[in-house]
Design a protein around this ligand. Structure first.
Ligand SMILES: *Cc1c(COP(=O)(O)O)cnc(C)c1O
Length: 413
């Protein structure tokens, strides 16, 4: 089975067999779940060799044999090979959570004295890590405003000790787009001045890996909360990082010692999820498009944020056209009547689920200002449109007619 040329087949085709030979496991069509903490060595020499490769004492040669499930397991390795295909990345690394992926990446690639610029607004956990935790390692977090001007702002601030730019695009909850190509250009200019490589990492949770491919737009790393679309069923917590082999190798050394890798069972769940990733994301995007059009026409709705509705010729519209191959299924909308109207909508829905998170098969609805984004300071809330009347929707796989009817009765009530 491994004689498939991954270049010639689409990722959705390869999800059903790439990286796994059924004859490794009695002809089992699906990769079994390997619930074992440790693996037999055929010989002591093999054990010695595997450790040398794992600890990177031997670079670029030797086979990485199975040792111990904190370092590698078949479930993890097959999943990583499949995940990398979606962005034509050299390697992928899977983690216990999105935050494990983000924190391990930053700790592995930055040193005391370095600076990391990051776009705001950004996922709450990422913001906390950048603001509160990097300081313990004497790494400076520098916020820059997400959006069409982010690359210019980075050039203006031009931190001399810049090691990484961490971009979340689109940024939550108002789906502000930042150009990965623009950030790459600024990062390269700053690197030329300082004589030091500046890495570009993109949190691709919202639209990837189907509708946005940051590595193809110049990013070094594409990072995921796989809890969201990749897992896709709101039944697991996981994360991933995709990029070139050398960087993923450095990250994996830290992952091994921090113990932040994905567990075999969650990897097995994710392999099942990857088989339906494309159909799920495409259908969810179609449903979202129908819901967004309905919302835009409802008299109680003041404003709708959805990449499919962004105005062509606006800076946002240009980035959507250059960077996205689909709209995704996240919508935010502002109702007339502020918080009391927003809460009345949240309390009246029957098909949508009142819960945070996103990317699952079920439609989720929440109030960013008092829930996911409640820790953000007031000034930033105002700047990025997180108002009392703002509601965030992650559109699922229900019938769009049922979703629209549910939202209509909630808005009219
Ligand atoms: C959820 C999320 C994270 C954190 O991921 P966990 O799997 O919850 O650790 C990071 N970034 C974004 C954009 C997210 O939505």
């Amino acid at each position: 089975m491994s004689d498939f040329d991954p270049q010639s087949l689409a990722p959705e085709t390869l999800m059903m067999r790439y990286g796994y030979n059924p004859w490794w496991s009695e002809g089992a069509v699906k990769p079994p779940l390997f619930l074992t903490s440790t693996f037999l060595f055929k010989t002591a020499e093999d054990g010695e060799e595997f450790f040398k490769v794992a600890l990177r004492k031997k670079k670029g040669e030797g086979v990485q044999g199975l040792i111990y499930s904190r370092l590698n397991t078949p479930s993890l390795e097959i999943l990583e090979e499949r995940l990398a295909l979606w962005e034509k990345a050299e390697k992928a690394s899977v983690f216990a959570s999105g935050m494990a992926a983000i924190s391990t990446t930053l700790l592995a690639l930055c040193q005391p004295g370095d600076a990391v610029a990051y776009t705001v607004p950004i996922y709450g956990g990422t913001a906390h890590f950048m603001k509160e935790m990097l300081a313990k390692f004497r790494i400076e977090g520098i916020p820059i405003a997400a959006g069409a001007d982010a690359a210019q702002e980075l050039r203006r601030i031009a931190p001399k000790n810049l090691r990484m730019v961490f971009v979340e695009t689109p940024s939550n909850p108002t789906l502000i787009m930042t150009s990965v190509q623009g950030i790459r250009k600024s990062a390269d200019e700053l690197a030329a001045r300082s004589g030091r490589e500046v890495l570009v990492a993109v949190d691709n949770t919202m639209l990837g890996p189907v509708f946005q491919h940051p590595i193809q737009h110049g990013a070094d790393l594409s990072i995921y909360s796989a809890t969201k679309f990749i897992g896709g069923h709101s039944d697991l917590i996981a994360g991933a990082v995709l990029g070139r082999a050398a960087l993923i190798g450095e990250i994996n050394v830290f992952r091994s010692f921090l113990g932040t890798m994905g567990s075999p069972f969650v990897c097995w769940q994710m392999m099942r999820s990857l088989e339906t990733l494309k159909v799920r994301m495409e259908k969810q995007a179609d449903n979202a498009s129908a819901v967004a059009q309905f919302l835009a026409s409802h008299p109680q709705v003041q404003k709708v944020y959805f990449p499919g509705l962004s105005v062509q010729g606006s800076p946002d519209g240009d980035i959507v056209a250059e960077q996205l191959t689909g709209t995704g299924s996240m919508i935010s909308f502002e109702v007339r009547g502020g918080k009391s109207k927003a809460f009345s909508v949240l309390n009246s829905v029957k098909v949508c689920h009142l819960a945070v998170s996103l990317g699952g098969t079920e439609t989720l609805i929440e109030h960013p200002k008092t829930m996911t984004h409640s820790e953000i300071d007031e000034e930033l809330m105002q700047r990025c449109g997180i108002t009392d009347g703002l509601i965030r929707l992650s559109v699922g796989l229900e019938s769009p007619a049922d979703l629209i009817a549910d939202l209509r009765q909630a808005l009219d009530s």
